[in-house]
Design a protein around this ligand. Sequence first.
Ligand SMILES: *Cc1c(COP(=O)(O)O)cnc(C)c1O
Length: 223
Amino acid sequence: MSIAKNLNDIKSQLPEQVTLVAVSKTKPVSDLMEAYDAGQRIFGENKIQEMAEKHEQMPKDIEWHMIGHVQRNKVKYMAEFVNLIHGVDSFKLLNEINKQAKKHDRIINCLLQIRIAEEDTKFGMTSNDAKELLTSEEFSSLTNVCITGVMGMATFTDDTNQIENEFKRLKNTFEDLEPIQTNNCTLQIISMGMSGDFKLAINYGSTMVRVGSSIFGARNYSN
Ligand SMILES: *Cc1c(COP(=O)(O)O)cnc(C)c1O
């Protein structure tokens, strides 16, 4: 198995307007470098500490995306370099990101994580929560963040019909929120689709897919 070959396989299946985030969580820097040498520049991690360590060790033209759940007290460890935070699901978190971004004189792009799965174990906001946040006065005062889209995770199931419905839900939410254009909100990105379902996600309007195991192989969480 070759990471470069896997990467090119995936890329050949993506329409031009769809961005590929190579999800490299748990994988060693040597694996990431194989993808880097094959041209990949966007990597996604779900632990801030791990992402910061890899950022230290790797070339500086990489875009780092935080795709996991973010604890507020850890935002400071990525504020200097992170390019996109996918999993923003509260004003409190956004406020902290804004505060840390300001310290580094940066504007950090964020996606609002929308709860689309029928199972209620996943993080995320409702469509109404998102609309309230984006139109609130407190939000308009956050000058160091920019909401550039929405993110969602479908239920882990073989039921294609259910996954389709969940992807449709995210697309609908995006279209519902899209007219909200402010200084710190320009919605362009729909982040949905992983190794098992990215083609389906693209059919339903995904503009950014997060693919891990199909590029780097299965993850081993026991070591
Ligand atoms: C791990 C992860 C992925 C990638 O999953 P694969 O099935 O390995 O492609 C995508 N999105 C999020 C949020 C993840 O945590």
